[in-house]
Design a binder for this molecule. Structure first.
Ligand code: ADP
Ligand code: MG
Length: 258
C-alpha cells in the first residue's frame, strides 16, 4: 500500500480579472488525513483544488508535497509525484473503453517507460498485464466491473464520474483530490463512494474532499476547512466546525441541521 503524503499550502492566492478566487489560504494535511473543504458556491473550492492539482498556477504562495515544492510543476509532473485528481465534471477519453480509460491512470507511475513500450519488450508486456489487472481491480472497487469493455462515452453520467475516480486510483495516489464527487449520485452510489473513501482512509491515502453536501463531508472527514469568498473562515473537527458561530452565520445558516 502506498503511504499518504503530507500536503502544505501556504499563503496561496489566485485572482481572476483582479478578483480573488483564493486569498491567502493556508492548509496543512497530515499524511493519511481526510480533509473536507466546504463553502458556498463561488467560495474558491475548485480554484484551491486546481492550485494543488496543477491545473492552475497560484499568483502567490506555495504548495508542497512531503516538504517538496510542487507549485511550479505542471499537472502531469504532480500526478507522477502521486497527486490524483477527480474533477467536478466527468472527463473521459472518448474512443477508448472504460478499462483503457482506467489504464491511462497508471501510465507514468510504473517503471518500464516509453522506449520499452515502443519496442514492446517483455518487460513492457509484463507491465501492461500488471496495469491491466490493477485497472480491473479499480473498476471493481468503483462498481464498474460490468462496464470494462464498453466505450467510455457510452457510460451513464454517474458511471463516467466513477470512471474518473477509478482512473485516479489506478495511479495509486498518495494525495487524492476530489471535487464534489458525491454530487449527482443516487443514494446507493453515494453510499458506495462513502465506503470507498473510508476504505482509502484506512489504507492511509491522504485526501482532500471538496463537497457541497455538508453531511457527506462531516461523516467522513477527520477535519474540515470552511472557505468563504476565497478565505479560510474556519477549520476544525466536524463537531467544532458545526458549532462554530462564524460558520453558522456565513454558511450553514442559523438553525441548520447541517
Ligand atoms: P467553488 O468551487 O467554491 O464554487 P470556484 O473556485 O469555482 O468556487 O470559484 C471561485 C470564484 O472564482 C468565483 O467567483 C468564480 O466565478 C471565479 N472563477 C473561478 N474560475 C474562474 C476562471 N477560470 N475565470 C474567471 N473566474 C473564475
Ligand atoms: Mg467548485
Amino acid at each position: 500500500m502506498v503511504p499518504g503524503a503530507a500536503l502544505a499550502v501556504a499563503a496561496a492566492s489566485r485572482a481572476f480579472g483582479g478578483v480573488y478566487a483564493v486569498r491567502d489560504v493556508d492548509l496543512a494535511l497530515a499524511p493519511g488525513e481526510l480533509r473536507g473543504v466546504i463553502g458556498p458556491n463561488g467560495a474558491g473550492k475548485s480554484t484551491l483544488f486546481a492550485l494543488i492539482g496543477g491545473q492552475l498556477r497560484a499568483d502567490a504562495g506555495t504548495v508542497s508535497l512531503d516538504g517538496r515544492r510542487i507549485d511550479r510543476l505542471p499537472a502531469d509532473r504532480r500526478a507522477r509525484l502521486g497527486v490524483g485528481v477527480v474533477f467536478q465534471a466527468a472527463r473521459v477519453f472518448p474512443g477508448m473503453t472504460a478499462l483503457e480509460n482506467v489504464m491511462v491512470g497508471a501510465h507514468g507511475t510504473t517503471g518500464a517507460g516509453f522506449l520499452a513500450a515502443a519496442l514492446r519488450l517483455p518487460a513492457h508486456r509484463r507491465e501492461e498485464r500488471l496495469i491491466r489487472d490493477r485497472a480491473l481491480e479499480c473498476l471493481a472497487r468503483t462498481g464498474l466491473a460490468d462496464w470494462a469493455g464498453r466505450p467510455a462515452e457510452a457510460l451513464p453520467l454517474g458511471q463516467q464520474r466513477a470512471l474518473q475516480l477509478a482512473r485516479a486510483l489506478c495511479g495509486q495516489p498518495r494525495l487524492l483530490l476530489l471535487d464534489e464527487p458525491a454530487s449527482g449520485l443516487r443514494a446507493a452510489e453515494r453510499e458506495r463512494l462513502a465506503g470507498l473513501l473510508a476504505e482509502l482512509r484506512r489504507a492511509g491515502t491522504t485526501m482532500l474532499l471538496v463537497e457541497h453536501d455538508v453531511a457527506f463531508v462531516m461523516r467522513l472527514a477527520d477535519r474540515v476547512t470552511v472557505l468563504d469568498l476565497g478565505r479560510v473562515i474556519a477549520e476544525g473537527t466536524p463537531a467544532e466546525v458545526r458549532a462554530d458561530p462564524v460558520v453558522v452565520d456565513a454558511y450553514l445558516g442559523a438553525g441548520s441541521p447541517a
